[in-house]
Design a protein around this ligand. Structure first.
Ligand code: SER
Length: 316
């Protein structure tokens, strides 16, 4: 049995709900404590209600469960964040600060912090976005993650906290739904294609964004967390990518499986957010430092998504 004991903050989200089970497979069910501010739909092991801003409860939880590693996933995403900027800053940035401080005081071995393509902005090079580049994000979510990256770097350099971070592209998976992001269309489209045979995209047909399949996100996350500390040379956050496509290209791929599928486009406020992000990412630092390599592309992801979701909508 593994000695490490894992705490997941924000376990009910798109990624958390998948990562909890993957971590339980690796560490044992009772070695992974899932926490969030609401109860999960399905409990697959220990769960506790926990608000990341409640520092005393965080300390108590770490002591009670003898936690050695933290995956801090709790955040308000890009589109939802715009409805309440100060709350988003508070949850995303002050939440991270409380986690980093608790990690320092309680001698947590490793912390994972997801960053995002939302740290990029209109001054960032759009194609093959380099690791080090101008970051002038347009959303409060992007601002909080940019500042968060700097705090991770600071806590590592100043206090030796072993915090590791990835700039996730849009995440697509069949297991869970995203909530309140700008890349959410790329998950919704599969469900609507199978349910209704049509989808209205809230982004224009030629909006190209970097994306990644859930299986690869999990592999990347375990890849960086398993690596020797000396290999993690970047302590703000690593660029990460797998594929880039537009809504039109995604629809064409879905059509190969569902020939009658139709798409139309009604861009809303999320278009401006997507326009401020970049088209493709250079993740060579992650590849060189700790061996990152994606396995899914648009065609294999689409095949897998439809394979898993089809039974769910068979009788609709
Ligand atoms: N998927 C996120 C969003 O759209 C980006 O990190 O907000």
């Amino acid at each position: 049995m593994h000695k490490d004991r894992i705490l997941i903050l924000g376990a009910n989200g798109q990624l958390g709900s998948v990562l909890v089970d993957k971590l339980r497979e690796r560490y044992g069910v009772d070695h992974v404590l899932a926490t969030d501010i609401t109860k999960p739909k399905i409990e697959t092991g220990p769960f506790k209600m926990l608000d990341i801003l409640n520092v005393d409860r965080l300390h108590e939880t770490i002591a009670d469960y003898k936690i050695t590693e933290i995956y801090h996933l709790a955040a308000i995403l890009s589109a939802n964040g715009e409805w309440n900027p100060s709350k988003t800053w508070n949850v995303n940035l002050n939440g991270l600060l409380s986690v980093l401080e608790v990690a320092r005081e309680d001698h947590i071995k490793k912390v994972f912090f997801p960053s995002t393509i939302a740290v990029f902005g209109n001054t960032t090079p759009r194609e093959n976005t380099p690791q080090d580049c101008p970051l002038l994000p347009e959303t409060v979510y992007g601002m909080s993650k940019t500042a968060g990256e700097l705090w991770c770097n600071y806590y590592h350099k100043k206090y030796g906290v072993d915090v590791r971070s990835l700039r996730y592209p849009g995440v697509i998976g069949h297991q869970s739904m995203p909530g309140g992001g700008t890349t959410d269309y790329a998950v919704e489209i599969y469900h609507e294609a199978l349910k209704k045979g049509k989808y209205t995209s809230f982004l224009k047909k030629d909006t190209r964004l970097p994306m990644i399949y859930m299986e690869d996100v999990i592999r990347a996350t375990f890849g960086i967390m398993d690596a020797e500390a000396s290999k993690i040379k970047i302590r703000n956050s690593y660029n990460l990518t797998s594929m880039s496509f537009t809504p039109e290209e995604l629809a064409a791929e879905i059509k190969k499986h569902i020939p009658n599928f139709e798409i139309d486009y009604q861009p809303d406020f999320r278009q401006a957010i997507a326009d401020s992000w970049t088209n493709s990412i250079d993740d060579s630092a992650a590849r060189e430092d700790w061996g990152w390599k994606p396995t899914f592309d648009l065609a294999s992801m689409t095949k897998d998504m439809i394979h898993h979701l089809k039974p769910k909508y068979q009788h609709v």
